[in-house]
Design a protein around this ligand. Structure first.
Ligand SMILES: [Mg+2]
Length: 468
């Protein structure tokens, strides 16, 4: 028997605020950060997990991670792995920690970091990448891993079992296809808020050369500015000469997405800056650039607000997407029940890990809404490819509409970084020892751990970041 004996927590911060990477209308200065946890045992098993923040406050999350991780010390790994649903319930069941949520905010994302580490350990133990561990579950094992509490009015365990059983056929063929073609993705790197027009144009051309045909641009800083940037991006991505040599997108992957003449799709993201009617009035002025959807038009908790925005924008051909800040499965349940979204954007770290995410995948499949996970930041791309593979192989069985966010930042810090192929598709993780792909180089941790790492303790860097 192996026992979890201790854990290590690291506050890792990467100085992305210096380049403008990751900037949007709401988040104008981001130092992408990871509240990183390593679960240690008295055997060979080890688990790495994290949640994501954008800098200040990462220490608060680390303090919460400690409280949650303490609950696993002394627990036998075999018992935890034998019923991951029960393990999740146990982690969520401390009434005193629950009080400071419940199931939202710092305590919830901290729980996500620990749950992610436990699943990472389980997958490493089984010597399978995480997606494969779950994809090889029987439908019964899958259902047992899902957190159904508070969502059974949207999907019951029995319904979920039926759904999963119905998707067993064709699984092998889907796996062969996705291993060969990769998982479709899109880029956000072309249009961060802080980038000047020349950089946007250059990055758009680079993205085309990488094989991408879905592009997302940050909006919400001013209508004229946005119109100029969107016109610029459209002028490049809709130009057959600019796209010469890029693989031709299959027609079935463009249905309902307002694709231009070259098969290029544009999406826009406001990162929650508007009130409801403001969002409608603003996006109408961008509708001529034919975005597939507006992402995070308003407050992430405003379910009926999203439904109203969707109702009013639908005649203009613009859909609504959200989810990266939806703080638990109940918010997703209501977004789906209220017909508030065209695209469901789960995040690997905001929900409390795999168990809760599996519930959202099941609900989205039942409601017929495609899941296109949020990624970027640090580590998110590494994780979400596993989630989208589980969705495709076991749950929705669909891949035509889906695109997974890809941002080419900070992958070099991971021991098993994600990658994309020549068609701009995510490569299927294949190392049996990579778990949830959360292993990080010791040298990266030593450099960027806050505040004593070599980067952050350098006086010149302290000055640069206003830390003196
Ligand atoms: Mg976003």
């Amino acid at each position: 028997m192996t026992t979890i004996t201790s854990f290590k927590i690291e506050d890792l911060r990467f100085p992305t605020s210096l380049t403008g990477d990751g900037t949007d209308a709401m988040n104008k200065s981001c130092d992408y950060s990871s509240a990183y946890v390593t679960l240690l045992t008295d055997g060979k098993d080890i688990g790495y997990g994290m949640t994501f923040t954008i800098g200040r406050g990462n220490d608060i999350v680390c303090a919460a991670v400690e409280k949650v991780a303490e609950r696993l010390v002394g627990r036998k790994t075999e018992e935890l792995f034998a019923d991951m649903g029960a393990a999740w319930n146990y982690l969520l069941a401390d009434p005193q920690l629950r009080w400071i949520g419940p199931e939202k905010g710092v305590i919830h994302i901290a729980t996500g970091a620990v749950v992610n580490a436990l699943w990472d350990m389980y997958a490493r133990h089984e010597r399978k990448p995480l997606w494969q561990l779950i994809a090889e579950f029987t439908p019964e094992e899958f259902v047992r891993s899902v957190s159904f509490r508070y969502i059974t009015d949207a999907i019951s365990p029995a319904e979920a079992l039926e759904l999963l059983k119905s998707k067993q056929a064709g699984k092998k063929e889907r796996l062969e296809r996705v291993k060969k073609e990769g998982y479709p993705s899109y880029t956000t790197s072309v249009g961060w808020f802080g980038y000047p027009d020349e950089k946007v144009a250059r990055l758009t051309r680079e993205a085309i050369a990488q094989g991408f045909n879905h592009f997302k641009v940050k909006v919400g800083g001013g209508v004229e500015d946005d119109r100029r940037r969107l016109a610029l991006v459209r002028s490049i991505i809709d130009d057959p000469k600019e796209c010469a040599g890029r693989p031709t997108p299959a027609p079935e992957t463009l249905v309902g997405k307002n694709a231009g003449p070259t098969g290029s799709v544009l999406m826009i993201d406001a990162n929650q800056v508007w009130d409801v009617q403001q969002a409608v009035d603003y996006v109408k002025q961008l509708a001529e650039f034919k975005p597939w959807f507006i992402e995070e038009p308003t407050a992430p908790d405003d379910i009926l607000g999203h439904a109203e925005i969707r109702r009013q924008l639908s005649p203009h051909g613009v859909g609504v997407a959200t989810g990266e800040h939806a703080h638990n499965r109940m918010v997703f349940k209501q977004l789906l029940q209220a017909n508030a979204i065209d695209v469901c954007q789960i995040d690997s770290c905001r929900l409390a890990g795999i168990n809760e995410i599996l519930g959202v995948l099941l609900m989205a499949a039942k409601f017929g809404v495609p899941v296109c996970p949020h990624a970027g930041g640090v580590g998110l791309c590494e994780m979400v490819i596993h989630l989208s593979l589980v969705d495709y192989l076991c749950v929705s069985a669909s891949i035509d509409t889906n695109v997974l966010e890809f941002v080419d930042h900070l992958h070099e810090h991971f021991t098993d970084p994600c990658s994309i192929n020549a068609a701009g598709h995510y490569v299927v993780p294949s190392n049996p020892d990579e778990g949830y792909s959360m292993g990080m180089h010791e040298s990266s941790k030593a450099e960027f751990v806050f505040p004593h790492g070599t980067y952050w303790s350098d006086p010149a860097n302290k000055k640069l970041h206003g830390l003196e």
